[in-house]
Write a protein that binds this ligand. Structure first.
Ligand SMILES: Cc1cc2nc3c(=O)[nH]c(=O)nc-3n(C[C@H](O)[C@H](O)[C@H](O)COP(=O)(O)OP(=O)(O)OC[C@H]3O[C@@H](n4cnc5c(N)ncnc54)[C@H](O)[C@@H]3O)c2cc1C
Length: 431
């Protein structure tokens, strides 16, 4: 919500150059970039530190994203501990078809569970770089983001009183359920939505993966996927009706469906284990365009949701955060507003490309179970082409790994001091 006249009941408003909403991968990466350049910022998070450090979600990271984290001094643990994936495997028609993408490209994926990355980023920001982070804040509201004196207010968990923070910029990194998106879409941006009309039962199981890579099971009974997370924990997905009740999926049914849909001649049986998480995701996407207005800049799931079809959500969040962090630093330390001016357009080029890829891959995953023999036939043709045509395989791998060079450098911003200074010239660090 935007209120033009906040009415805090707290006596002393604070001031930070940047307020970051959300301690997820996007917000924490922006905040770390700011602190590395000695720009003060305040991160506000509605959940507790323990909760965000344990929330299981993504795990597959593109190599360019890992290099982007490394350049910013944020990949130490990741590079020591992450698994490397060099292939993925499609299972269809009762056979396993391995796509060894590292052999084709020399590139690979990293596997590092999101809670570990978030834990690393919080520690670096708060404990090493001395950044300010407040957890469990309530009722966050944005004010005057169309002006050059925006502010954010929130209810303090300790006192129950509303606090006001003046700032130069707000980074809206508060995910799919945050408040910043609605400020943009109310007046400045349109939101484009896509509903796949299917559900995925997302499962986390206490069991080692049954293969050394991601498995995609394309089966007339519905899609199934296996995504290794660690030697002890594996994520699985099962296509289900949208809005299905997870209680319809007891242990026995889950494992018999996974075995059926991932079956392929000559492959080892799935290792069963205790189900640690079981929830239904209704598969949908959205894109907010543009991703910024006035002094409010969105990043990550706040700006665009990508159903976990192609494992792109966290990667996109980090690509955005690299651009936004660098652009804010360039402006606040050297008055260069070129990064901020081009931020939304630069992010959206990659966002729309990944949306298109997810849609393409969704057709591949779900065509066989659509009940439509025409869709089932074209799905099978796409799959066979991947393994018969090196050109088709290369095109797939480029998008799957996020390695196309037409997006440009994730740093994306010219060196501080090299660009325009005009439009935002009243806001500078420490003003
Ligand atoms: C089951 C599942 C599996 C996934 N698998 C993958 C995968 O393999 N690969 C991949 O790339 N992506 C995957 N994703 C997507 C990925 O997890 C998200 O895209 C990623 O977390 C986005 O990061 P973010 O920082 O934008 O948002 P978030 O991680 O959602 O962080 C936003 C933060 O803002 C906080 N917040 C909310 N409201 C407010 C408020 N009003 N004020 C302040 N803070 C607020 C939230 O508590 C949260 O901590 C998966 C998602 C799910 C659900």
């Amino acid at each position: 919500m935007t209120h033009t006249s906040p009415q805090p009941d707290s006596p002393a408003p604070e001031r930070f150059p940047v307020v970051v909403l959300g301690a997820g991968p996007a917000g924490l990466t922006v905040a770390n970039a700011l602190r590395a350049a000695s720009v003060d910022c305040l991160v506000l998070e509605t959940e507790s530190r323990q909760f965000v450090e344990q929330r299981p979600r993504a795990g597959v990271l593109e190599e360019p994203v890992v290099r982007g984290l490394e350049r910013r001094g944020l990949a130490g643990n990741l590079l020591r501990r992450a698994g490397r994936h060099t292939a993925c495997e499609f299972r269809f028609d009762g056979a396993a078809h391995r796509l060894a993408y590292a052999d084709l490209t020399g590139r690979h994926h990293f596997v590092y569970p999101q809670p570990l990355l978030v834990t690393d980023l919080i520690r670096e920001y708060a404990d090493v770089r001395g950044g300010t982070l407040r957890f469990e804040v309530r009722d966050v509201a944005l004010h005057d983001t169309d002006t050059d004196h925006p502010s954010v207010s929130y209810v303090c968990p300790e006192t129950g009183r509303r606090r006001l923070v003046h700032c130069d910029f707000v980074a809206g990194c508060d995910g799919a359920r945050g408040v910043s998106r609605s400020v943009l879409t109310a007046r400045h941006a349109r939101i484009a939505r896509h509903d796949y009309g299917i559900g995925w039962l997302a499962l986390l199981a206490e069991t080692p993966p049954s293969a050394d890579c991601v498995l995609f099971g394309v089966h007339p009974g519905g899609f199934a996927g296996q995504m290794p997370r660690s030697p002890e924990v594996t994520r699985f997905y099962l296509q289900c009706p949208p809005g299905d009740d997870p209680e319809n999926w007891p242990h026995e049914r889950v494992w018999s469906e996974l075995r059926r849909r991932l079956a392929a001649a000559g492959t080892p049986p799935l290792a069963e284990g205790k189900l640690l998480e079981k929830r239904v995701l209704d598969m949908h996407d959205y894109v907010v365009e543009p991703m910024a207005a006035g002094r409010l800049f969105l990043a990550g799931d706040a700006a665009h949701l990508t159903a976990p079809i192609a494992a792109k959500g966290m990667n996109l969040a980090l690509h955005d955060a690299f651009l936004l962090g660098d652009a804010l630093v360039a402006y606040l330390t050297a008055g260069d507003d070129s990064g901020l001016a081009g931020y939304s357009a630069a992010c959206l080029r990659r966002v729309w490309d990944y949306q298109e890829f997810s849609q393409w891959l969704s057709d591949v995953y779900h065509g066989a179970s659509s009940g439509d023999p025409y869709r089932a036939g074209t799905t099978l043709a796409r799959l066979r082409r991947l393994f018969a045509s090196p050109a088709a395989a290369s095109a797939f791998v480029e998008q799957y790994l996020g390695t196309a060079d037409h997006y440009g450098d994730p740093a994306g911003v010219r060196p501080a001091g090299s660009g325009g200074r005009a439009r935002l010239s009243r806001a500078r660090a420490g003003r």
